[in-house]
Design a protein around this ligand. Sequence first.
Ligand code: LLP
Length: 409
Amino acid sequence: MPNFSVSDDVFVRAAEQFPTPFHLYDEAGIRRTARTLNAAFAWAPHFQEYFAVKALPNPHILRIFREEGCGADCSSECELLLAEMAGFSGEEIMFSANAMPPEEFDHARRLNAVINLDDISDIDLLLAHGGIPEVVCVRYNPGGEFHLGNAIMGSPGESKYGWTKEQLPIGLKRLKELGVKGFGLHAFLASNTTDNSYYPRLAGILFDLGAEMEKACGLPLRFVNLSGGVGIPYRPEEKEADIAAIGEGVRQEYVRVFGANASVGIKTELGRYMTGPHGWLLTHAVHEKNIYKHYIGVDACASNLIRPAMYGAYHHIHICGKRNAPADHVYDVTGCLCENNDKFAVDRKLPKVEKGDLLVIHDTGAHGFAMGYQYNGRLRSAEVLYTQDGSFRLIRRAETPEDYFATLL
Ligand code: LLP
């Protein structure tokens, strides 16, 4: 079930204060999720959630995570700059990038960030760009298909990320010769899964493999990085992931492989799970069009949230003041781009929508604003924080035509 913990009164007040469209983020909700996650992994030595900056790249949000004891997972130079801006340094930063310009290693090393190597060839790049630190994390790709029970959760064999199993001992021995004293092991094998067995299964694979590599290379395993992937219920019929059960499942695997008193650390790089449900895109209905289908045109478009257009992703929509009205109309809810996939919903049952209604598009707190773009000369929206004290703070202004023209020579 999508997140209905914030009342319509809050959305209406926010839309009175700021012109739509904009993304609204709930600070209290974000903090609650960070605390729940930290509690679920309180048993683990050196537990650290590195919030995936790509999901919601705003320093105001990053500062909230910092206050909650989280770190930042960065995948580019700009994300490193954002993390710095939010006050993160050293081991509070994980640099998990792939096929990036090698100079970004220089930057990450200057910050003393933990480096996660996507490929065995990155060893030479790192050597030339910032040097090899004492602890290096490596990203594993098991190939083939990844199953949970009967379900195929992903196709690592088709994915560009990570090292093969055969490459691991070769690269780890090389790293040892270069002075590395310990390693981390990372993998990301399923995206947006609310299946509580995903992290435990992944943890089991990485714990077993880490122990095997430790023996094969004589290099101690310092931590396992479970990366992101824990999902959220975008659809009304979907269940939330049970993070306490997930933490306990990982603990059981930990005890199975290392025993109860080991010191191997656990890291995560969750993005969607942390902020997804705590963000909403607020937009007004501005057009109604009836041809072969019924269309509601809103003042947001795919520039503000591309997931439905790009993946056919479902985002729940409700109309302020009509939460309990019967959904007895069927609409496509569209933006204004000259692209027929610029639709937030297709054949969606909703109560009757009037021009001027405030629509709330759910679960835009991760991979929402972040994936914005400017096609058709449409600009990125503002971001507003609904603070713990119940007020609204503009944490990013909307783009203006001046921003659009700023890069032209
Ligand atoms: N760590 C790494 C190295 C990643 O590449 C990602 C996401 C994460 C962590 C965070 O994953 P999360 O917990 O948010 O699933 N744009 C897509 C999602 C792409 C995710 C890419 N990497 C979407 O909107 O569904």
